[in-house]
Design a protein around this ligand. Structure first.
Ligand SMILES: [Zn+2]
Length: 120
């Protein structure tokens, strides 16, 4: 027989799980926005770089130190994007295989790398 307390505690645990999922979702959305912003910045730098090289060639000026600055900033953006993507993957692949340690999708039954059964 299901008591009133059972119903209440079940409702509570569902609410807690839902709350966790929601905050994960918000976090992933935020991370994706950060990635999109960095990608926009990179596109802008690439475009600016092209114009800068063109203008320098036309005017005979040396733009190499400015080019170096752009390359450095592009590399920074790229490594930030890589870090953000890894973090996003960790949220998406929340279940770690106990045998080999590989993160697997939430609904995985067997590890996609070593084939061990995923224990929760
Ligand atoms: Zn495994």
């Amino acid at each position: 027989m299901t008591t009133f307390e059972d119903v209440v505690s079940k409702a509570k645990s569902v609410a807690e799980t839902a709350g966790k999922k929601t905050s994960d979702f918000i976090e992933v959305t935020k991370l994706r926005l950060d990635v999109a912003e960095l990608e926009r910045e990179m596109t802008a730098i690439f475009e600016g770089l092209g114009r800068m090289v063109y203008d320098a060639k036309k005017s005979g000026e040396d733009a190499s130190s400015l080019v170096d600055d752009c390359v450095e900033r592009l590399d920074e953006c790229q490594s930030q994007i890589d870090t953000l993507r890894r973090t996003i993957d960790e949220y998406r692949y929340a279940v770690r295989c106990k045998t080999c340690g590989l993160p697997n999708p939430d609904d995985a039954v067997y590890c996609k790398k070593c084939g061990a059964k995923i224990e929760r």
